[in-house]
Ligand binder design. Structure first.
Ligand code: ASP
Length: 454
């Protein structure tokens, strides 16, 4: 086989895309004048840099990238979960799998918000912050718990697919996979088809990952051209505290939980999460990152498809530790700014509502603030307080999404390991999955089906 010249790996390219995007955006922001734009004339025509680059090229490329990721979510989750369930060696595992995943997700979220609130009480981020009189924010109301539970079951699976209702898609896929496994020969025939379909959608994920350096560049260049750094300084203490607790939870708590519950060394997890974390950071959406999270869990971390295809999509919907951290700090911050004392029972209420609110809310940008409104309303804090932190939320949203997806993978490893659905050799192999992720888009001819059939 002909040895190709040494090329830059995909991870390196994605990182270059990220850094280049941040620098380009920051540089544009530096060039922009007070009006937030830079006008120049070409052949006597006035051209706006903001309109052409930021709202034009970067916006279009970034949105195409996000849409393409989202395009894969429903088919990927449905197909891989049906395969995973049908291939489970022991169907009685299903109940345990679900129970363990949900219990770990809820427990880690509750831990995250508790740590965040304790840190906020110690560091007092709201002390000395003035309330702007024009702060307004409308609260959304929390759905009743009974409705949250009913909504897990789709009345029409196609409506669930169309609207991207992830918990409903998961429920339908699990039931379909179970029925398929119980159907003898017809089930086996359809399972072969699903296995093949799974290979194809996973290939689509790989193709998309190869375009990621450009997508990530466009998203970050646009964002950093628009972000208002001065607001971050004004709320420096709040920003730094949320950021610090996010890092603490990701590196300290996750390391301890993983080590204690599975005996695994956490280092490979962190190293192998690099790309997924960049995706999560630049899209600020654990849902949009789902295809990549799933690929990382199966190919790099060694979690079997049966466990990962269930645990990861579930996590992208119900597990939001990073979001819970923001909510914990924000609740205490807002109480401090408005001079309201939170009692211990208020705080327990916050932990409970924030944990429950994260179930059934999809991982999309900004959803954490919406949930925060419910939490604040629940303990009688002024919802307008959200207007104070909204200005710095995007960067924190990106960071907490990175924590959310890391938590999903950590739980998948623990559940996989405890159910013997885990390959430690893959987990500890630094090269695992790396060769699979490179597709040579120029080499389509030599790999196409028609070509091979001749
Ligand atoms: N953007 C977060 C996620 O997708 C949710 C949030 O905190 O707003 O996981």
């Amino acid at each position: 086989m002909q040895q190709s010249p040494k090329k830059l790996g995909l991870t390196a390219k994605i990182f270059i895309g990220m850094i280049a995007g941040i620098i380009t955006g920051a540089f544009l922001q530096f060039l922009f004048d007070d009006s937030g734009d830079l006008q120049f004339s070409v052949f006597g025509i006035e051209v706006s840099t903001y309109a052409v680059l930021v709202e034009g090229i970067f916006h279009v490329l970034g949105q195409i990238f996000i849409n393409s990721l989202k395009m894969l979510i429903v088919p990927l989750v449905f197909i891989s979960l049906v395969c995973g369930i049908a291939n489970l060696s022991d169907p009685s595992k299903l109940g345990r799998l679900g129970g363990k995943s949900v219990a770990l997700y809820v427990a880690t979220t509750a831990l995250a918000i508790t740590v965040a609130m304790v840190a906020a009480i110690i560091f007092q981020p709201g002390a000395g912050v003035d309330i702007p009189s024009d702060a307004t924010y409308a609260a959304a109301t929390a759905p009743a718990l009974s409705q949250v539970i009913i909504d897990i079951f789709p009345s029409n699976p196609f409506a669930a697919f169309t609207n991207g209702k992830m918990l409903q898609v998961i429920t339908f896929a699990v039931l379909f996979g179970v029925a398929m496994a119980m159907s003898g020969e017809p089930g086996k025939r359809v399972a072969t088809l699903f296995d093949d379909l799974n290979t194809i959608v996973m290939k689509l994920v790989t193709i998309l990952m190869n375009l990621a350096p450009y997508g990530v560049f466009a998203l970050l260049a646009k964002l950093f051209a628009q972000i208002e750094v001065s607001t971050i300084f004004a709320l420096g203490k709040y920003f730094a505290l949320v950021f610090g607790v996010l890092l603490f939870h990701a590196f300290v708590n996750y390391s301890l939980i993983l080590k204690l519950l599975s005996g695994l060394n956490p280092m490979p997890l962190f190293l192998k999460m690099r790309e997924t974390v960049v995706f999560a950071f630049s899209t600020a959406s654990s849902s949009a990152t789902l295809p990549i999270t799933l690929e990382t869990a199966t190919k790099k971390l060694g979690v079997s498809n049966s466990v990962a295809s269930f645990t990861i999509p579930l996590g992208s919907t119900i597990n939001m530790d990073g979001t819970a951290i923001m909510q914990g700090v924000a609740t205490v911050f807002i109480a401090q700014v408005f001079g309201i004392d939170l009692t211990l029972s208020d705080m327990m209420m916050v932990v409970l509502t924030a944990t429950l609110a994260s179930i059934g809310t999809a991982g999309v940008p900004g959803v954490g603030l919406l949930m925060l409104a419910m939490v604040l309303a629940q303990v009688g804090l002024p919802v307008e307080g959200i207007a104070l932190i909204i200005g710095v939320d995007r960067l924190l949203d990106m960071t907490r999404t990175a924590v959310n997806v890391t938590g999903d993978c950590m739980v998948a490893c623990i559940v996989g390991k405890s159910e013997n659905e885990f390959n430690s050799a893959v987990y500890y192999d630094p090269e695992a999955g790396v060769a699979d992720e490179e597709v040579d888009l120029d080499d389509f001819e030599s790999t196409s089906i028609h070509h091979k059939a001749d």
